[in-house]
Design a protein around this ligand. Structure first.
Ligand code: ARG
Length: 431
């Protein structure tokens, strides 16, 4: 490793301790390296605005930062053990290439606000991705809800309850993923504040142009107080993971449905071939592994959240413990996105097996319809309920699932799904 930026004295640097301090930073920091470069550029431009670096120095640094970004993208530059972290790598490169101008970039900045701003930009980018995936999933669900209305048994307690439909099932997940997209959007708006310029957490004796860096980096607002900026590290990561958890929780339940519905016992759904795998020993098997891993992805997000929550038992101000929040947030978000990305295609191409679904609908499932019909005809509901319970099977005989569904007129239910309203909400999110 090159000498740490903070090395001042002749104290020997112990390799094992350095490795422990740096942790996986050079690997992890690759995630937000480009954001770190972009924020460095904004910082230097801001310094030029207040006369701390000359226009020439600013331009030279900007060019060098561009070339570093380019080299990183092409693989020419690798962020590796030569450096302590991405922040050191940037300064080292600028200093190697530009001498004193490079040595000026860190004026009025600390790695504490540097890591905050790079992470913040990364979080925003990934919340935008989350929102897009949720919208894509909702759109497929709405599209299918509009064109398919097959009777599907509706379960409570995993026991046959009342007749439902594929349209109601799809519309239900559409609305849920619209909620999730909205939560991603709202969370993005919530964390859209610029911590750059808060330095180590207590400001600096320079009139930094924080309004400029806020605008240049595309933030909605400045995070005003330096102490507040440090308090938001970890707290904002948790908010982001909560937004992911919301979507992945819906996905977990969707995946559960699919893994049940594809069993021979249910047989309601056939998955697209690409979404199933074979067994290494049982030639007869097609397994829904993808669906199972979709279901499992919630665990990564929940674990990441827990790790950060545990880390945050801290006094105010920067504490090195916070460094460990990077691994968890990157891991949780990566798993979440990898899972959600697959869902639109899966949902667009899975097929319903109408006969198996119909065969699982039994006359008892019309008992609620019967009781409510009688209640409407004047029998007090509790009496109608008892009569229908005793004669559940016979009362329902001769009824058809379609008839039950056509009468399900309560707003939101099968006969009044209000897909237009859901579509409107979805479109509003895309605007
Ligand atoms: N790798 C560090 C982190 O993620 C960067 C900030 C280091 N700051 C410090 N004062 N040692 O927290």
């Amino acid at each position: 490793m090159t000498e740490p930026l903070w090395q001042k004295s002749a104290t020997r640097i112990d390799a094992k301790i350095m490795r422990f301090l740096a942790g996986d930073d050079v690997i992890l920091d690759r995630e937000f390296f480009l954001h770190d470069i972009a924020a460095s550029r904004a910082h230097v431009d801001g310094l030029a605005n207040i006369g701390v670096v000359t226009p020439n120095e600013r331009d030279a640094i900007a060019r060098e930062l561009d070339s570093l970004a380019e080299d990183f993208r092409s693989g020419q530059f690798v962020l590796d053990e030569r450096y302590e972290d991405s922040h050191s790598a940037i300064e080292t490169r600028l200093t190697e290439r530009l001498g004193d101008a490079g040595r000026r970039v860190h004026t009025g900045r600390s790695r504490n606000d540097q890591v905050l701003v790079a992470t913040r930009l990364w979080l925003k980018e990934n919340l935008a991705r989350l929102q897009t995936h949720c919208r894509d999933i909702a759109r497929v669900c709405l599209d299918r809800a509009e064109i398919e209305a097959l009777p599907l048994p509706g379960y409570t307690h995993l026991q046959r309850a009342v007749v439902s439909s594929t349209a109601m099932w799809f519309a239900g997940f559409a609305e849920s993923f619209i909620d999730d997209a909205r939560r991603a959007r709202d969370t993005l708006a919530w964390i859209d504040v610029n911590p750059l310029g808060t330095a180590a957490g207590y400001g600096v004796n320079l009139k930094l142009d924080r309004e400029y860096t806020t605008r240049a980096l595309g933030f909605a607002r400045m995070q005003v107080n330096p102490v507040a900026a440090q308090l938001s590290r970890g707290k904002f990561e948790i908010a982001v993971l909560d937004a992911f958890a919301s979507a992945l929780l819906d996905l977990r339940r969707l995946a559960w449905d699919l893994s049940l519905f594809t069993t021979a016992e249910f047989g309601f759904v056939t998955l697209p071939d690409e979404f199933t795998t074979g067994s290494s020993i049982m030639p007869n098997k097609r397994n829904p592994d993808v669906v199972e891993l979709l279901r499992a992805s919630f665990a990564s997000v929940a674990a990441a959240r827990t790790e950060i929550e545990q880390l945050l038992s801290l006094p105010s101000g920067y504490q090195r413990d916070l460094q460990f929040s990077k691994g968890s947030i990157f891991h949780g978000v990566r798993h979440g996105l990898m899972a959600l990305e697959l869902v639109p295609d899966l949902l667009a191409r899975m097929t319903w097996n109408a006969d198996a679904m119909r065969a699982a609908i039994e006359p008892q499932m019309y008992a609620t319809d019967v009781a409510i019909e009688q209640a409407v005809a004047g029998v007090p509901f509790r009496d109608a309920y008892r009569v229908a319970a005793e004669a559940a099977a016979s009362a329902g005989r001769g009824r058809a699932a379609e008839q039950s569904l056509a009468a399900r007129v309560s707003p939101g239910a099968h006969a009044d799904l209000r897909l237009d309203e859901l579509r409107k909400r979805l479109d509003l999110l895309s605007a």
